[in-house]
Ligand binder design. Structure first.
Ligand code: G1P
Length: 297
């Protein structure tokens, strides 16, 4: 049915300094902060694997090696655990297939567009996915993850596809915002324009880009001469906007939940929500939360 090249590579821009979480992120990458017992980056990589993506390309920077270590084999740990008769289930998910984790460095923090461009040699001439790990996308119980849903839509549509969600109007200026065109189905719409961090009064809609992308490799050529935009940074959104018209461009609304783990409040919310749902601790977390709320009230 599909004639589109399959998406096998994903880029994870993880060079950011994480200043919002200081001092926690002084010596540890923010992507290694754990929601319950998994670092944020693990959730994103799991979502990629579920969608059939094989190669994980991390765009890292100084002080970010813990992310790469995380997906390596921890020989001492495994030897000790097995000598103690312990199972490896807890760390199995972190082990990458040899050769499937690739890192490139972003030497200067010039913006998201520049970070993606740093991966151009590894991406080559294939469509690729992008994951912003700050955005934690959680499938509904029994449902599929955000990227898997996007890949299913991509199989039909081809071109470029970004995930979107609706936020209150007053919040749009922190994000990339789409101008929606023709509605294709309940979850899919055409994109006729894109603007990064617009004033709320000038935003074309309240649908924001929520950190998942499937893009054609031509975006790398567009990024090459992309000028600085919002915040003085080279913006991916601006480069994507220049592709509208020459390639199909659609937006998909994820049937699932999103937590903004780039903010402290979102991080706490994600931790509580996921802990409450865990079979191994949910009931105790609920009792604990109720007790704490009663004390605080
Ligand atoms: C980036 C993107 C923006 C997107 C957002 C999602 O912004 O540039 O388009 O809506 O991620 O979290 P940043 O959070 O890096 O400012």
């Amino acid at each position: 049915m599909t004639t589109h090249k399959p998406v096998k590579k994903a880029v994870f821009p993880v060079a950011g300094l994480g200043t919002r979480f200081l001092p926690a992120t002084k010596a540890i990458p923010k992507e290694m902060l754990a929601v319950v017992d998994r670092p944020l980056i693990q959730y994103a990589v799991d979502e990629a694997r579920e969608a059939g993506i094989e190669q994980m390309i991390f765009v890292t920077g100084r002080g970010k090696t813990a992310i790469v270590e995380h997906f390596d084999i921890a020989f001492e740990l495994e030897a000790t655990m097995s000598a103690r008769g312990k199972g490896m289930e807890a760390i199995d998910c972190a082990r990458a297939t040899p050769g499937d984790v690739i890192t490139v460095r972003q030497q200067v923090p010039l913006g998201l567009g520049h970070a993606i461009w740093c991966a151009r040699a590894v991406v080559g001439d294939e469509p690729f996915a992008i994951f912003l790990p700050d955005e934690l996308m959680v499938a509904h119980r029994g449902g599929t993850g955000c990227m898997k849903q996007m890949i299913e839509a991509y199989d039909q549509l081809g071109g470029n596809l970004i995930s979107v969600l609706e936020v209150p109007r007053e919040d749009v200026s922190s994000y990339g915002v789409i101008a929606p065109g023709r509605q294709i189905s309940e979850a899919l719409t055409e994109v006729t324009g894109l603007v990064e961090k617009p004033l709320a009064s000038k935003a074309p809609s309240n649908k924001i880009i929520s950190g998942r992308y499937i893009l054609q490799p031509e975006v790398m050529r567009v990024l090459e001469d992309q000028e600085k935009g919002a915040g003085g940074e080279i913006q991916l959104t601006d480069a994507m906007a220049r592709m509208i018209g020459s390639q199909p461009f659609h937006a998909a609304t994820f049937a699932g939940r999103r937590f903004d783990c780039g903010s402290k409040l979102g991080f706490v919310e994600a931790t509580l929500a996921l802990a409450l749902e865990r079979a191994d601790m949910g009931a105790e977390v609920r009792a604990m939360a109720e007790r704490l709320l009663a004390q605080a009230g």
